[in-house]
Design a protein around this ligand. Structure first.
Ligand code: IMP
Ligand code: MG
Length: 179
């Protein structure tokens, strides 16, 4: 249980701020994709909370699909190679695709994923992330089209983000403080 662990969770971005920012991004996306149909691709599991909330406020027609990838290696640092754990249900050829992520840290996961999806010939491929840690980026070729919040180099949880599969269900973004 949490009270046996050697860390506490401090609020970084409160629930109301996350909710308000998601509505702003949804409005921007709705404007940019006016007259089009959008395929949102959720990167599981972290992106699930963000994508569901975001999609509720997008006013162009949306379809949802899900993908799960994992980077090799354990711990809190991603190592570069991704493995597809669950692929999309449908083809994205000729579609306007927006990948929805929880966080971009080093960028390794996204860089591999975007290459893989780009090869499937969507009409367009853009990236939307709730959080971005730009200080940690090791991959240069990632263009973030929509970003909720730029955050400092801290390990965060909540709103889909986990620490050892825990705390995804927090309705705010918190920072882990280790003793
Ligand atoms: P990247 O490949 O280094 O960009 O890492 C991307 C993935 O690492 C994210 O989709 C998260 O699953 C995980 N991750 C990176 N930073 C954090 C964090 O601060 N909290 C929780 N998970 C994180
Ligand atoms: Mg994770």
């Amino acid at each position: 249980m949490d009270d046996e662990d050697d860390y506490v969770i401090e609020t970084l971005i409160p629930e109301e701020e996350v909710a308000a920012r998601i509505k702003e991004i949804a409005a921007e996306i709705s404007k940019d994709y006016a007259g089009k149909q959008l395929k949102l691709i959720c990167v599981l599991k972290g992106g699930a909370y963000f994508m569901c909330e975001l999609s509720k406020y997008i006013t162009v027609p949306v379809q949802l699909d899900f993908m799960a990838v994992s980077s090799y290696g354990a711990g809190t640092v991603s190592t570069g190679n991704v493995r597809i754990k669950k692929d999309l249900d449908d083809s994205i050829m000729g579609e306007d695709v927006l990948v929805v992520e929880d966080i971009i840290d080093t960028g390794n996961t996204l860089s591999s994923l975007l290459k893989l999806l780009g090869a499937r010939e969507p009409a367009s491929l853009k990236l939307c992330t709730l959080l971005d840690k730009p200080d940690r980026r090791t991959v240069e070729d990632i263009k973030v089209d929509y970003c909720g919040f730029k955050i400092p180099d801290k390990f965060v949880v909540g709103y889909g983000l986990d620490y050892d599969e825990r705390h995804r269900n927090l309705p705010y973004i918190g920072v882990l403080k280790f003793d």
